[in-house]
Write a protein that binds this ligand. Structure first.
Ligand code: ARG
Length: 481
């Protein structure tokens, strides 16, 4: 018998049951569902909507259901459609018809929205913490490589030398914005929809503020139609995640390139690589490739939900049940990627010699020769032309700028003196870029300091809010003292 069977004269077609059911995936929110119900029924008691004796029975029943699920003794059935009705059925089985009073003043529409908010605020916090660990690993590595010079690239062509620590700090900086986006989104996730009813509120004198307090929500949806209709809090999470994955994917692409034999700038630890079934010599950066590859599904999940929501009339529509799998998938994908990248970065071996060798066998100090000429009062455009000619000469004669004799240098411009060798040396070139945000060692040290400070601030934020999201600690919300 369906919980909503009264109006029907026939059982549902089996195919309809299977098609409309969400229990196969929404059962992972069973804790959230029970906690939400505990708070709801406690409020019904406090407001005198249900007698305390019945409230106590329902609370005890919900806890029994919780224990049963934890022991693996509960069976979720497709016939009961979703996690909400499965749990309500279990409750009624446990304590009899009084269990049917739990749904007083509530709809599955505000119930499901509440479960999703409870679920996402916790997962979002976990992801923020995982992103912090990755930031920490990158900061640590950056600090170890303040003397490691490497070619910086544009168009994947050697451009100007940079410190390896500087290159890594670029990712720390990206992750900082990712984390800020997510803490900002978290504010909009930690808002209570419960009490919205199906769409128009309820006739019972409920106390939404009390529920919000029990469940540690920082705010309450002010319009109930909005509360049950929108999923923009999930869209935001998926968008934040898509951007984060774009960053991780670029990092992974670099790990793949750097670990190739052609570059040989790094070696990933054996623990984080895999071999080939046919070529015995292979050591493949599969994890990095897979993070890059999984970026596709995270983008897809964002577009999936945006498309589901587009054009839906208010308020709830069953289409919205499609909000869940993409969200769960994105949570799992980010978890996997961040949890693996952190130790991969920490354990990767950096081949500083190879990087330095690359820098000395290229023309990445060409800009510095132009800047040198500018300091000798030559207009930059003319200096660019002179250096272009010198580079061409070197290519034709199979040498690099620093291989030229002073006479050769002077054949391009008479203003060039002995000091050119010092000016074009790789350390000079790197440290000459000594303005805010640049690659000079002192600047990178400054960047590390700034981002360590940011990391501390995120720590404080997590500390302040982590108590709110611990679903287990909320399990006693409804219990009378
Ligand atoms: N399983 C449903 C979902 O995930 C719960 C809400 C159902 N509400 C309804 N009016 N049918 O969207």
């Amino acid at each position: 018998m369906k919980l909503w069977g009264g109006r029907f004269t026939k059982p549902t077609n089996q195919l309809v049951d299977e098609y409309t059911s969400s229990i196969s995936f929404d059962q992972q929110m069973w804790r959230q569902d029970i906690v939400g119900s505990l708070a709801h029924v406690a409020m019904l008691g406090k407001c005198g909507i249900l007698p305390m004796e019945e409230v106590r029975q329902i609370i005890a029943g919900l806890k029994k259901v919780k224990d049963k699920i934890e022991r693996g003794q509960a069976e979720f059935l497709v016939a009961h459609e979703d996690v909400h009705m499965n749990i309500e059925k279990m409750l009624i089985e446990e304590i009899g018809p009084v269990g049917g009073k739990l749904h007083t003043g509530r709809s599955r529409n505000d119930q499901v929205a509440t479960d999703m908010h409870l679920y996402l605020r916790e997962k979002l916090m976990e992801i923020i913490q995982l992103a912090m660990y990755l930031q920490e690993a990158l900061l640590e590595k950056a600090g170890q490589h303040l003397d490691t010079v490497m070619p910086g690239y544009t168009h994947l062509q050697r451009a100007q030398p940079v410190l390896f620590g500087y290159h890594l700090m670029a990712y720390v900086s990206m992750l900082q914005r990712d984390i800020e986006r997510m803490t900002e989104t978290w504010k909009r996730v930690n808002v209570l929809p419960l009490g919205a009813g199906a769409l128009a509120g309820t006739t019972f004198p409920i106390d939404r503020a009390f529920v919000a307090e029990l469940l540690q929500f920082d705010g309450i949806y002010q319009n109930s139609m909005d509360a049950v209709s929108d999923r923009d809090f999930i869209v935001e999470f998926l968008a934040d995640s898509a951007i984060l994955m774009a960053h991780l994917s670029r990092l992974c692409e670099e790990l793949v390139i750097w670990s190739s034999q052609e570059f040989s700038f790094i070696e990933l630890d054996d623990e984080f690589c895999t071999g080939s079934s046919i070529m015995p010599q292979k050591k493949n950066p599969d994890v990095a490739e897979l993070v890059r590859g999984k970026t596709g599904r995270v983008y897809g999940n964002l577009f999936g939900l945006l498309t589901v929501l587009k054009g839906l009339p208010l308020a709830y529509n069953k289409d919205m049940q499609e909000d869940k799998e993409g969200m769960f998938d994105t949570v799992a994908t980010l978890h996997g990627a961040l949890a693996l990248l952190t130790p991969m970065i920490s354990t990767m071996q950096v081949k500083a010699d190879r990087m330095r060798q690359a820098v000395t066998q290229d023309f990445s100090n060409a800009t510095d020769l132009a800047d040198y000429l500018v300091r000798k009062n030559m207009p930059f455009r003319q200096a660019h032309e002179v250096v272009g000619k010198a580079v061409l000469y070197c290519i034709e004669n199979n040498k690099y700028l620093l291989d030229m004799s002073l006479a050769e240098f002077q054949s391009f411009s008479g203003v060039i003196g002995e000091d050119v060798y010092e000016a074009l040396a790789v350390e000079t070139v790197v440290n000459a870029r000594n303005v805010l945000g640049a690659t000079a060692r002192g600047q990178v040290e400054e960047q590390i300091k700034v981002f360590r400070k940011h990391l501390e601030q995120t720590h404080d934020w997590v500390e302040k809010n982590s108590q709110k999201v611990m679903i287990e600690s909320l399990i006693d919300v409804g219990s009378p003292a």
